[in-house]
Ligand binder design. Structure first.
Ligand code: HEC
Ligand code: HEC
Ligand code: HEC
Length: 449
């Protein structure tokens, strides 16, 4: 039966609420737009200082030839990592990237006129890389870190553009994204940009040295370190600047001067060594950081890496204090100690010191003591491999122990290495290990006969 009745009282009330909500949404939207336009207008700061910071590479040994310099900057920005598929042609795109919202595929950025950027103007290229807006108003997803590249100078982006135009064109389309509704609607990124995208240029701090400012410029812009080392909100926006973040079963540690969870106990040279060689006397870069070192930071000049180190160590960090370490007489610690001596000491040494630039030290290691024990559990279960770099082409490997250690045993070892040799961190439970074992499909314990 169709009702032709006039709108009843409760229905009118509902309409009223709906209109009120719409008006409210409109007000919020206008306020956000106002806030954003204020960000647009913020001043770029000291022009002379800015010039010194963005040209620092050239005064420290990088060629001023546009194409050469563009290649250096593209390496510093690690464009190749995302824009090259496994086994694919360089910069031809097609790398599937899993996000909580679906699979996003990177674009072809070779100079092909049909499938790449061959027909793009310089302005179009700058707008896509720094604002996430490709030609014809196509809004990009922030899987492309335009929200971080926004602080890179136009000149740096133009040199990258000049370099990309010299690489071989690849006449192949990158496969389409696989995003479910509503995430397949690109226009939604308009809202995301309003909420999370700050398009302000880099603002130098005149009270700090040129070196410190160069470090900040590289970390925040080209290096896009926050993409992995900052926490994420539910919609993928960055929060908790460089205070550490869990990704793909790894933990990207806090980058700060904190002695407990950050880089405070590393020397500046330790950080330079780590980023250049993929390992230092404390640890070895593995997982996605191994790839960052292999594709990107190993090519940067020692002066640029030192600037990054100086900047990161100046950050106060979360200020988290170490908990009291578990007592050596604790039952779990005793079991962990025994199992460590049998399974791990051959490589990591009884005192946890490892082998310089090959086997990481587990003593006083921020990675080992991180609040989340993901890295430790993951490495014990499935093993790992350090970064391969020009200065260290055969990276060392850590064997998998999933077949040999039960959840209880692995938890005891993990708890032990997190609470001995001056380390202190929350204990790891057998349940934590079981969860990661299942998630990584690491395989079951081989039962003894
Ligand atoms: C963390 C991964 C990542 C990095 C690093 C990255 N990109 Fe991207 N880029 C992507 C993804 C994914 C897309 C596709 C986004 C989409 O479909 O909305 C993309 C899209 C683009 C586009 C748009 C192409 C088109 O046809 O719409 C350009 C241009 C681009 N990237 C250039 C660069 C440059 C230059 C660099 C280095 C300075 C770079 N990207 C670094 C992931 C990345
Ligand atoms: C693609 C993700 C990703 C990006 C981008 C990234 N990192 Fe990392 N980083 C990680 C992960 C994961 C680890 C932990 C690696 C391990 O345990 O071996 C790590 C570890 C580190 C460490 C060692 C910290 C410690 O306490 O052991 C340093 C230093 C570091 N990263 C610096 C940087 C800098 C500087 C940048 C930007 C130029 C950067 N990272 C960009 C993922 C990333
Ligand atoms: C054959 C030598 C070898 C043995 C045995 C070994 N490791 Fe490793 N371990 C390595 C190497 C090499 C790496 C660096 C590669 C990596 O991080 O994946 C490493 C990395 C690690 C890391 C990551 C450190 C960091 O800073 O992120 C942890 C934790 C670790 N090992 C713990 C253990 C434990 C616990 C055992 C015993 C159950 C063990 N290892 C046995 C060689 C070994």
């Amino acid at each position: 039966m169709v009702t032709t009745q006039k709108t009843s009282k409760p229905a009118r009330k509902r309409w009223f609420i709906l209109i009120a909500l719409l008006v409210l949404a409109l007000i919020v939207l206008l306020a956000l737009m106002q806030w954003r336009s204020m960000q647009h207008n913020s001043s770029a700061g000291d022009a002379v200082l800015l010039e010194k910071i963005t040209r620092y590479d050239q005064s420290h040994g990088v060629s001023s030839d546009t194409v050469q310099r563009g290649m250096y900057l593209a390496q510093a920005a690690d464009c190749i990592a995302c824009h090259t598929n496994t086994g694919g042609k360089p910069f031809a795109g097609g790398l599937p990237m899993g996000t909580p919202f679906g699979v996003i595929t990177s674009s072809n950025v070779t100079p092909d006129k049909t499938y790449g950027i061959g027909n793009w103007s310089a302005e179009e290229f700058i707008r896509a890389t720094k604002q996430g807006v490709a030609p014809h108003g196509k809004l990009l997803y922030p899987a492309m870190p335009y929200n971080l590249y926004a602080t890179v100078s136009d000149r740096d982006i133009l040199d990258i553009f000049s370099y990309l135009k010299t690489i071989p064109a690849v006449a192949e389309p990158a496969p389409a994204n696989q995003l479910p509704f509503p995430f397949n609607i690109r226009q939604l990124m308009f809202g995301w940009n309003l909420l999370f995208f700050n398009p302000s240029p880099f603002k130098p701090d005149p009270s700090k040295s040129v070196e410190w400012n160069r470090g900040a410029y590289l970390v925040d812009g080209l290096g896009h370190c926050a993409a992995c080392h900052s926490g994420k909100n539910l919609l993928g926006g960055n929060r908790d600047y460089l205070l550490g973040n869990d990704l793909e079963g790894w933990h990207a540690p806090e980058l700060s001067g904190s002695h407990y969870l950050g880089l405070g106990s590393w020397s500046t040279q330790d950080i330079v060594d780590y980023l250049q060689a993929g390992g230092n006397k404390i640890t070895v870069a593995a997982g996605s950081m191994g790839e960052v070192v292999s594709n990107s930071t190993q090519y940067m000049t020692a002066d640029d890496l030192k600037a990054i180190a100086v900047y990161l160590q100046s950050l106060p960090g979360s200020g988290k204090a170490a908990p009291a370490a578990l007592a050596a007489t604790d039952e779990t610690m005793v079991l962990g100690h025994q199992l460590y001596q049998v399974n791990c000491a051959a490589c990591h040494a009884s005192n946890g010191q490892g082998v310089n630039a090959m086997v990481p030290s587990l003593a006083n290691s921020p990675g080992v003591q991180a609040s989340g024990a993901n890295n430790v559990i993951r490495t014990v279960l499935v093993g790992g491999r350090g970064a391969a770099t020009h200065s260290n082409p055969t990276s060392a490997q850590m064997p998998a122990f999933a077949w040999k250690l039960s959840d209880t045993d692995a938890a005891a070892i993990a708890t032990y290495i997190r609470n001995v040799w001056g380390n202190a961190a929350p204990a790891v439970s057998a349940k934590d290990v079981a969860g990661i074992r299942a998630k990584l499909n690491a395989g079951a314990l081989l039962t003894q006969h």
